[in-house]
Design a binder for this molecule. Structure first.
Ligand code: PLP
Length: 365
């Protein structure tokens, strides 16, 4: 199960607000089911804290929030098909636009009497979605012709998690230049926003009118270099219970491929979780879990539904004990961002890949 600590979420939002100071709005990024934490409970908790904005990837994700009664302004980061655009207006969503052709297709599908809120996304050097400087004039022509309301202008930073990286000031400069160009084309910027968690924390000049934290809300430092810059608490605690205990002699080997060899008589705990619920196989023989306040190493290859850990040094380990795969157990912590690195990926991927079938249990005190 996943224990989701909504008090930690609120704590992290407050930490972000302290870091960015007054006058900068927060857009909580709750796409991908709030990074696996559950979009509705997370969005409700953030709304109750007065968050100014939310962002999701698709109209479907936004509709889920609106149908749950969440009233905060919502921005859709991803592309919206023309056949969904009237629904976007009805749901009071803002959508991201970055090309004249796509904006024209939306305009053709809209009711001229019911304009669509848009955020203009400019490509300042990330070279993912966004209008390049040379495309702004054609895009501005379509936007001025309507029916659109320009609610914001945005871009996205490629390397904000690396303090001192030269691309960040270059992207800020390119953003400034795009804002000037749009203004000279008769497009007022609306809310200007550029920074993800890393940008919000480490690059004050990137904060503009609003920042868009995702991972920091969920308690993850965007990179090891930024760890400790904010007082963050993990929100997701992935837990299970010991299914079976056994002792094997020195020399025996464990699991598929026999990749773990017991160097001493070894007490093993078998846990009923594996890569099918999102505990990555790449952590085989490379991670610890927490049991009774102790770290116990993963012993052998993680399989689809089971993982085996060495609990020889965990006094009193018993079947039914709670085991924490990441998150906190009392004063002990296993950082999902560090586990992501050990798995050869990033913590974001671990959080978002916990199977939807894994129950989320919400703590709210
Ligand atoms: C456009 C945009 N802004 C902000 C974020 C949030 O990023 P982070 O989780 O690193 O804060 C994302 C996440 O992928 C994004 O795509």
């Amino acid at each position: 199960m996943c224990r989701i600590d909504l008090a930690a979420l609120r704590h992290n939002l407050a930490a972000i607000r302290r870091a960015i100071g007054p006058g900068v709005a927060v857009c909580g990024v709750v796409k991908a089911d709030a990074y696996g934490h559950g979009a509705i409970p997370v969005a409700r908790a953030l709304a109750a804290e007065g968050i100014e904005h939310l962002a999701v990837a698709s109209v479907d994700e936004a509709a889920e929030l609106r149908h749950a009664g969440i009233d905060v302004p919502i921005l859709v980061f991803g592309s919206v098909r023309p056949d969904r655009v009237r629904e976007a207006v009805r749901l009071r969503l803002a959508v991201t636009v970055w090309s004249a052709a796509a904006a024209r297709a939306l305009a053709d599908a809209l009711d001229p009497a019911a304009p669509l809120d848009v955020h203009v996304k400019v490509d300042t050097g990330m070279h993912r979605i966004g209008a390049l400087a040379g495309d702004l004039s054609a895009l501005a022509d379509v936007l001025r012709a309507g029916p659109f309301r320009i609610a914001g202008t945005m871009s996205h930073l490629a390397c904000a998690d690396q303090p001192g990286h030269a691309s960040v000031p270059a992207q800020i400069e390119a953003f400034e230049s795009a804002l000037r160009a749009l203004s000279s084309l008769g497009v007022a910027p609306g809310v200007r926003h550029l920074a993800n968690s890393a940008g919000a924390v480490a690059w004050p000049a990137a904060r503009y009118d609003m920042v868009r934290p995702g991972i920091a809300l969920y308690g993850g430092a965007p990179s090891p270099q930024l760890a400790g810059r904010l007082d963050l608490r993990p929100v997701m605690h992935l837990q299970t219970r010991v299914l079976q205990l056994k002792t094997i002699p020195a020399g025996d080997r464990v699991g598929y491929g026999h990749t773990y060899a017991a160097t001493r008589p070894t007490r093993l705990a078998v846990l009923p979780v594996g890569y099918a619920i999102g505990y990555p196989r790449a952590l085989s023989n490379r991670a610890d879990v927490l049991i009774r306040g102790h770290r116990a190493p993963v012993a052998g290859t993680i399989s689809m539904d089971h993982v085996t850990v060495d609990v020889t040094d965990v006094p009193g380990a018993a079947e039914g004990d709670v085991v924490t795969l990441w998150g906190s157990d009392g004063t002990q912590h296993l950082d999902v961002m560090e586990l992501g690195a050990r798995a050869g990926t990033i913590g974001y991927e671990l959080l978002t890949c916990v199977s939807p079938r894994t129950p989320r249990i919400y703590d709210d005190d």
